[in-house]
Design a protein around this ligand. Sequence first.
Ligand code: NAP
Length: 280
Amino acid sequence: MSAIILDGKTLSKEIEAQLAERVKKLKEKLPGRTPTLATILVGDDPASMTYVKMKGNACQRVGLQSQKVELSGTATTEQLLKKIEELNDLPDVAGILLQHPVPKQINERLCFDAISLQKDVDGVTTQGFGRLAMGEKAYGSATPQGILTLLKHYQIPLAGMRAVVVGRSPILGKPMAMMLMNANATVTVCHSKTQNLPDIVRQGDLVVGAVGKPKFIQASWIKDGAVVVDAGYHPPGVGDIDLEGVTERCSAYTPVPGGVGPMTIVTLISQTVEAAEQWK
Ligand code: NAP
């Protein structure tokens, strides 16, 4: 069987080209306005610094402004909340990204939820998640929303599929499960207390790895013909799934790198453009 490569790198470039057109039109329609994505980085975690930089570069490629806010690693919840409130009030800031994770002394949930719903382009607020769960309009959490866009682009027939999501984090596993359920898949969510994980993964027509441990999901756990989505990324370039040994047997898979990562970024940018398009 020759598996389909779910090529997030190529798709994200195609989407970026369309976004650049939309930003151009928006600027023509609203001269004097500067559609901006504000990125907040707290501390100096090297991976987070790289992600924020990549998101800033993506803004530049489509014609959005990026406003970088950097707080020290010792910043308090109150300081971060104040910054978010300031950005909520800035009219040209269409979207706000608070790079996850923040240092331990900060109440991350409180800060995520301080982002106004209209500017929650990374899809991290409780309210946004709740609306999404109820099938109401909201910006989806960027990584699972990007995965969904990729699966739909490749016409993966999600309705009726048995999907197994390994991981239940607020930014990834949980919204992924919800989105797949809304797309009529039958979803099982696994986590660190799950028993007989390999047996459950073996039932998946679609397996999403969102564990945060390199090559944690073994090739032997995945059934022949499954669709394999690896959300993990660990330098120098492995995911949460042991993809070798799966690529020959599965029906489709996301490469690492070049699968989920670029889709996450383009989803953030796309939702920022959409937010700016709501301007009157
Ligand atoms: P996270 O917050 O650490 O969550 C990890 C999840 O995995 C938790 O729900 C945890 O269960 C579960 N887990 C841990 N050990 C397990 C085990 N032995 N068996 C089953 N489940 C287990 O991580 P995250 O932020 O969701 O990220 C997950 C992965 O996605 C990471 O590799 C990260 O790098 C990647 N990621 C990629 C992007 C991108 O843009 N490509 C964006 C975000 C994240 P409990 O809930 O029980 O603790």
